[in-house]
Structure formats: C-alpha cells, structure tokens
Design a protein around this ligand. Structure first.
Ligand SMILES: [Zn+2]
Length: 444
C-alpha cells in the first residue's frame, strides 16, 4: 500500500509540474524504439519518453490502479488508470474475435474492475502478465469493432494517468481485414514468441545419475484457468502444488526438477513442450484443476495423450485446456500446424506406453492424499501440452473447483502438501519400482 501511494504520488507530481502547458491534450504515445520526442515544445511527450526509458529499471514498474468500462450506443470505452505513463498498442485477433491491448509490464492493483454487461460489443475481458516485460488486456468480442489508437491522458483531480481505448462497431469484413499483429511487430513478435523462456539451470546432462522431471503448473499470468467460489484461481493453486512437488522430489537427491513457470506468468503451450524436450525430461507432469457444470462432480483424474478421446468429457476438457493460447491472445495465424491438431506417429508409441504406465501409478497413489474420481480416473484425449513425441507426459486434474467439498480442501496448505507428496511418491515408484517412499516428509 505504501509503495502504491508513493509511486502514484511521484507520477502525479511530475505531471503537475508540466500540467500548465498541456494538461488538456492527450499525451502522445511513445512507441518502443521510437525516436526521442524530448522537445521543449512537447514536455509531456518528453516525460513519456523518459519514463519509458526508465521502465527498464524494475523500481519504476507502473501500477494499474483502476479500470472503467462505459458501454454507450455506438461506442464502448475502456479507461485504464495508471500511476505512470506507459506506451500501449492494440491489435485484432480472429477466431475467436478479440482485441488485444499490449502494455509494458505493469503491476495490477485493481480493487473493483468493471465487468461488461454482455449486451454490447464486449463479452468479457482479462488482464495479466503475458511474458517478461509485457502485460496485456485481452477483450473477447460479441460483435466486430474497430479499436481506436490508445490515448494517454495526464492526471486530473484525484485521477492518475488514464489510457483510453474506444471500440466502435464495424463490419465483419473490415474487422477480419484488420486482424493480425501490427505490421512492424510481426517478424520480431513471431521470433520472440517462439523462443522458450530461460530456465534457471539451462545446462542439460548436468545432473548425472538424476532423473529429469518437468512439472508444468498450468495457465498463469493473463490466463487464470478456472476458479472456485472462494475466489481461488487454478493458476495459483497449481503453481503452489508444483513447487511442493519439486521440493519433495529434490529432497530425495534422485531428481533434477524444472518448473515451466515459477511465477505468475503466461507460457504458451508449445513452449511448455519445448522446455521439456530441451532439458531431455524423463517425465512431464502438467498440473491443473477442473471445473464442471455439475457441482456434484468431484475428485482427481489423470489424462494421457490420444488421437481420439476416451470419452466426451475428456474431449471437452482437452478442448478447454487447449484454449490457453487463445485466452492469452497468442497469434496462432502463422503456425503451420495448429497447436490442437494431434497426429501421433509410430515413434511416439513407446513414449505413450510409458505415459500410460505412469498414469496408472499416479491413479493408484493419489487416493492416500485426496479423493479420486470413482469411475475411470485415467482418461485420454488430444491435449496439446502432452504432445512432446519423446517425453512421457501426463496431465493431472487435481480436483474440481466447482465442487464445494473439493474446493474446501484444495485451498488448504495441508491438502496441497499431501497431494504433492503423493505425486512425488508416484514419480519415485515409477522410476524406482514399488519401493518404500522416502519423500513423505519433504512435501510439507
Ligand atoms: Zn487447466
């Protein structure tokens, strides 16, 4: 709280000094890499440039402190209130239709973000960290719109800097024609998006005699996953369980464990697979929590990859989990193979057999820690994140956040510790044979 007030105060003071000359004018948007607009005739532009340059220092991460949405006939307006000026850029994605607003990395301190009525152009929206240095809003649309160039307004009264984006109705043809990354970002954007994030220990083969395990806490950043009635979010729950499994496994001295993410950040599905392949993982475990329209459905279940789903529910689940990239606003238009298309070749059969064997071990170990779905707890479908052809992989749904009893235990630290111990123990059994587990204590 102190930090927030201090930061906002500093931003407001800077602006107040300059307010006499140009307070009523929108701030010019400084684009990343654009020539400096430092000019005596344009003091606010110079301020934006200076703050943008300073944003490389973590101490000046701007804070989003408010979010308003006004839905009028013929115009929907987003107003993002910030402690400091930022540059912003919008672009259009189709299938499903979305507007993406990209910002530098910001901190989110929004006490009561406005929700759309659902009756105008905006169906829903979300925000969060997309990748290091890049936060974003993704706006899901009911109908085609044209987004205005983002405008930055200086502080006024009690309000901080405001970033304004207007959405006005347009034709479907015009919307589709405007889709894709801004032209100047297309090449650079595509290149950075394919680069996997750095791992804390990027050397492979540096742990002789140790099995390499990649744990994959699902979702993250701008993609929260599902959520429970208590407000618990899937992305936070699975990250905490992932860390506990890692600690339990590493405490045995037999495993080198990587997390695909160790913070609240979005990682595209393909990159998760790439990470596992790059470190030559012996096993990949993707961690999730599920939701269901039927509140009575509860218990953990384990999924492996298959071309055709074992049942309708598994197919629906894979579809939902494969939506992660779309939710986060990843531009998939230049991908040659759609992330969700699953084609399994013969070389993958051995990997799949190992995956199935681990899934069965996991299903038989979990009941000592948590409720497991009573019928067919091991299912299969086309999960994009399980597609690595040479890495045995399973996806674990820890339980249902839509079930009251499941959620009540899933929010407790003791349940998370027990489940982490059971997952670690199943991994240990998978590799060491059915020996007594020595990692029980390490999970808590
Ligand atoms: Zn999930």
């Amino acid at each position: 709280m102190w930090g927030r007030i201090g930061r906002l105060g500093a931003g407001l003071m800077l602006a107040a000094i300059l307010a006499g000359s140009a307070a009523a004018q929108p701030l010019p948007m400084a684009r990343p890499g654009a020539a400096s607009a430092a000019d005596a005739n344009d003091p606010l532009g110079a301020l934006v440039d200076r703050v943008n340059r300073e944003q490389t220092r973590p101490s000046v991460t701007p804070i989003v402190i408010g979010l308003r949405l006004s839905e009028e006939a013929g115009r929907t307006r987003f107003v993002v209130e910030l402690s400091d000026p930022v540059s912003a850029e919008t672009f259009v994605l189709v299938n499903p239709n979305r507007i993406v607003v990209d910002l530098p990395e910001v901190l989110w301190r929004i006490p009561d973000a406005a929700r759309p009525s659902g009756r105008s152009a905006v169906r829903s929206y979300r925000y969060g960290l997309f990748r290091q240095g890049n936060s974003r809003f993704v706006i899901d649309l009911n109908s085609p719109v044209r987004a205005s160039k983002p405008q930055l307004l200086p502080p006024e009264g009690a309000q901080g800097f405001r970033l304004v984006v207007d959405l006005v109705p347009t034709t479907n043809e015009a919307f589709v024609a405007s889709a894709g990354w801004p032209r100047e970002n297309r090449v650079a954007g595509a290149a950075t998006r394919l680069e996997p994030p750095p791992l804390n220990t990027p050397r492979t083969g540096s742990a002789p005699g140790k099995r390499i395990i990649v744990l994959d806490p699902g979702h993250g950043g701008i993609d929260p996953g599902t959520h429970g009635g208590s407000g618990v979010q899937e992305k936070d729950l699975v990250l905490q369980v992932g860390r506990k499994v890692r600690d339990a496994l590493e405490a045995t001295g037999r495993y080198k464990v990587y997390l695909t993410r160790d913070k609240d950040i979005f990682i595209p599905l393909k990159e998760r697979v790439t990470i596992a392949r790059r470190v030559k993982a012996d096993l990949f475990v993707s961690l999730h929590a599920d939701s269901n329209d039927h509140g009575e459905v509860r218990g953990a279940s384990v999924y492996t990859l298959s071309e055709s789903a074992s049942d309708r529910e598994a197919a629906k689940l894979a579809e939902k989990e494969n939506m992660s990239d779309i939710i986060a606003g990843v531009d998939l238009s230049s991908e040659d193979t759609p992330v969700a298309s699953i084609l399994i070749d013969l070389a993958q059969r051995d990997t799949m057999n190992r995956s199935v064997r681990f899934a069965e071990t996991l299903v038989s170990t979990l009941p000592r820690a948590t409720t497991v779905r009573p019928t067919t707890p091991h299912r299969s479908a086309g999960f994009a994140v399980l597609k690595g052809p040479d890495v045995p992989a399973v996806l674990l749904e820890l339980g249902y956040l839509t079930n009251k009893a499941d959620e009540a235990v899933m929010i407790t630290d003791s349940w998370r510790g027990r489940v982490a111990e059971a997952v670690g123990s199943a991994i240990d059994r998978h590799f060491a044979g059915d020996t007594a587990s020595t990692i029980r204590r390490a999970a808590n």
